[in-house]
Design a protein around this ligand. Structure first.
Ligand code: ATP
Ligand code: MG
Length: 222
């Protein structure tokens, strides 16, 4: 479960300040598939960065599975992020010189699995995202949709508490977007994976259990 209380993030402490988040309070239960929507600049990515421990709020409180993540030092935060959080980016962020399998390895190698264990786990998770026959392909040898599925496999490999995805379908056509959304829905339903996904597309709404609408750095109560 995620609890956020009065989260604020102010960028640029000089003359021009941007209040990217201006007091956001949220609760997300385990097993929810939550959409985050709202106009450009409303703070969606900033909120995801805070929940994904990629950045710290200027003020406010965040706890994930009962851990006050703001109180952790940098090293503990990094470990927490690696073990408990999965992050999917709009542009996939794969390493071009590494195969699909090696890209998925990265976060689990960091956690100290043996190469043999890594192999098994990575092959299994690539099978889950439907790429069991592409494990030795380089990103450049995969379609955009397949690359994003490698990135999703990488995010899932450590069985994260939450999967955070920031416009994961933004660079994909509707057919590939649907494959990603169907995959998220399956993970959510079968594995009770908690998913928080930012989207701009009206048609994605039907996949979400609930939608958080952002406006000018706050949750728009509509
Ligand atoms: N590193 C930064 N430094 C200064 N301002 C920033 C920074 N990152 C974001 N902002 C500002 O914070 C506000 C919220 O940005 P954010 O990226 O969270 O919006 P968003 O809702 O994700 O938008 P989009 O839909 O375009 O991705 C914007 O006004 C943006 O210009
Ligand atoms: Mg954004």
């Amino acid at each position: 479960m995620i609890v956020g209380r009065d989260i604020k993030r102010v960028y640029g402490m000089g003359a021009v300040q941007v209040r990217a988040l201006d007091g956001v309070s949220i609760e997300i239960q385990k097993g929810e598939f939550v959409g985050v929507m709202g106009s450009s600049g409303s703070g969606k990515s900033t909120l995801l960065h805070m929940l994904g421990l990629l950045d710290r709020p200027t003020s406010g409180f965040i706890s994930i599975d009962g851990v006050d993540v703001g109180a952790l030092d940098e090293r503990s935060r990094t470990l927490f992020r690696l073990k408990r959080l999965g992050y999917v980016f709009q542009d996939y962020a794969l390493v071009p010189e590494l195969t699909a399998q090696e890209n998925v390895y990265l976060p689990s190698m960091v956690r100290g699995m043996t190469p043999h264990e890594c192999n098994l786990v990575c092959t299994e998770i690539l099978g889950v995202v439907g790429l069991g026959d592409r494990i030795h392909h380089l990103p450049g040898e995969l379609s955009g949709g397949e690359q994003q599925r490698v990135a999703i496999a990488r995010a899932l490999v450590n069985k994260p508490t939450i999967l955070l995805a920031d416009e994961p379908c933004a660079n994909l056509d509707s057919q590939n977007s649907r494959i990603i959304l169907d995959l998220f829905k399956k993970l959510n339903k079968n594995l009770h994976q908690t998913i928080v996904m930012v989207s701009h597309e009206e048609w994605h709404k039907s996949y979400f259990d609930r939608i958080i609408y952002m406006k000018d750095g706050v949750i728009d109560q509509q």
